[in-house]
Design a protein around this ligand. Structure first.
Ligand SMILES: [Zn+2]
Ligand SMILES: [Zn+2]
Length: 254
């Protein structure tokens, strides 16, 4: 399905309301490049729509999330993850962390444009439906922020996504917590990332995870270190399967 079409289908009945609300914040300017647009352009100019389509069009490895051609997968593993072991059991991703998708995620994450959560969540949900594990998961778990970072930002972007993508009859659990205020992963090498998040997560007492399948939600995955550490922590608490879903993957320095 064309991305723009997908975007159009977002909350069809509430779309007029959301559009009029979003116009208060973004009066007919492209969300990404600020070019003026027509109110019917749904937030982005033609160039940015085209860039977004390109970012979400590529095939990826369902085991690690890397870009890969379907012919590059052997026994469910791509060249990038063949030698690697993960605690999670699968990845669904909307696209690559670049261009328009990157700008939308950054706006969602740092500019208090939480109105974007409806749009980005719908893209994530469309990715999840049909990925093979969406319906099998019992509990939805956002990758947690440390309480100090959450206090500063005011919200956990992964929690907002989790609430919107969850199937109607499932719950979002916040019983996975971050007990160490880790450094941002972006500027670190893969080895530093693994060290940075090691032991950073814990599970609250009375958690609902034992014997369950969990869907772990994050906005960006850089090399999978955070998802892997979360999955490890969840499995130590008795989780059977950990599937992961992210808006974008970035394997920029491996
Ligand atoms: Zn634009
Ligand atoms: Zn892979």
């Amino acid at each position: 399905m064309e991305v723009r079409e997908l975007y159009r289908r977002i909350v069809p009945h509430a779309s007029a309301l959301i559009q009029s609300a979003s116009h208060l914040f973004w009066p007919a300017r492209c969300l990404v490049c600020q070019n003026s647009i027509h109110p019917d352009d749904e937030g982005l100019c033609a160039d940015c729509w085209q860039n977004l389509s390109a970012s979400v069009a590529s095939d990826y490895c369902r085991r690690c999330g890397r870009d890969v051609s379907p012919f590059g997968i052997v026994d469910g593993r791509c060249g990038g993850c063949r030698e690697k072991n993960y605690h999670f059991d699968g990845v669904a991703r909307v696209g690559v962390y670049e261009s328009t998708l990157r700008s939308l995620i950054l706006a969602f994450k740092f500019s208090e444009k939480t109105e974007l959560d409806a749009r980005l969540s719908e893209m994530l949900k469309q990715t999840l439906v049909g990925c093979g594990f969406y319906e099998q998961t019992d509990v939805i778990v956002p990758v947690p922020l440390h309480w100090r970072r959450k206090l500063r930002r005011g919200y956990n972007q992964s929690y907002l996504l989790a609430k919107r993508v969850k199937p109607a009859d499932r719950v979002v659990s916040t019983d996975l917590v971050r007990i160490r205020n880790t450094q941002q992963q972006w500027d670190l090498t893969p080895a530093q990332r693994r060290r940075n998040v090691k032991g950073a997560f814990a599970i609250r007492k009375g958690h609902p995870f034992k014997g369950k399948s969990v869907l772990l939600i994050d906005d960006i995955s850089t090399s999978g270190a955070t998802l892997n550490e979360c999955a490890k922590t969840l499995k130590l608490a008795g989780v059977e399967k950990v599937y992961t879903a992210v808006l974008a993957t970035a394997f920029h320095d491996e």
